[in-house]
Design a protein around this ligand. Structure first.
Ligand code: B16
Ligand code: MG
Length: 217
């Protein structure tokens, strides 16, 4: 049987860190003189930290010098890390803990494929870091999703051909990246937004062991 592997996105698949990103970005927006809604926050999901700031500044119609942007990125991350420090394993999204332990027990390789530079810290906080066969995050790539780099590095680290990898993603940019990498894509969320995915599930609760096993067989 061909060896298959699974690549998990972090935010929106393993844990809902989006709500903490939102709180930290909103504080920054207010400081810059405009409000930032949860609906607008959707645009920031799955994209890099630097790109997130650009989108935020566009929303607020604010122009800044590079130096100022760098300062704000540091401030935002410091605020975000304060929220992350309060997290624990109860915040792991439904079903994910069972799925990861099942894969481990059955020696099905899996990696993280996230845009976040805080991914290792978050997985450690959730007591999940040691389960993963490989971690690829925002520190390992030169180009962010929708570029397929993050997933291609993950496949390489796992020693599995890209077309034998299954990507679990909640963001449109991530689904696009998976498709470009020639991987099977499973979207978690809205069917309209994730219409390019091979499969779309409403939430991680639907990402059952049965469902995954059928994709692997
Ligand atoms: P950081 P994912 C992404 O995580 C988030 O969805 C996105 O909103 C965030 O800007 C990005 O990580 C970078 O995060 O500021 O921690 O480096 O969905 O790719 O796991
Ligand atoms: Mg995500």
């Amino acid at each position: 049987m061909t060896k298959k592997a699974i690549i998990f996105d972090l935010d929106g698949v393993i844990v809902d860190t989006a709500k903490y990103h939102y709180l930290a970005w909103r504080e920054l927006a207010i400081q810059l003189g405009f409000d930032f809604s949860e609906a607008q926050n959707e645009q920031l999901k799955g994209v890099s930290r630097v790109r997130s700031l650009e989108i935020l500044l566009d929303i607020g119609n604010v122009q800044l010098e590079e130096e100022q942007k760098t300062k704000l990125l540091i401030e935002k991350n410091a605020q975000y890390l304060e929220y992350i420090a309060e997290m624990d394993h109860t915040e792991i999204l439904p079903g994910i803990d069972d799925v990861l332990h099942y894969l481990k027990l059955n020696k099905i390789p899996f990696s993280l494929g996230s845009a976040s530079k805080n991914a290792r810290l978050i997985l450690e906080t959730l007591d999940l870091l040691n389960l993963f066969d490989a971690i690829v995050d925002g520190n390992d790539v030169s180009t962010a999703k929708p570029d397929p780099e993050v997933f291609l590095i993950a496949a390489q680290k796992l020693g599995v051909e890209p077309d034998n990898c299954i990507v679990i993603e909640d963001a449109q940019a991530g689904v696009e990246a998976a498709n470009k990498a020639n991987m099977l894509s499973v979207g978690i969320g809205d069917k309209e937004i994730l219409k390019e995915a091979d499969y779309v599930l409403n939430s991680t609760a639907e990402l059952t062991i049965d469902f995954l096993q059928k994709l692997i067989d």
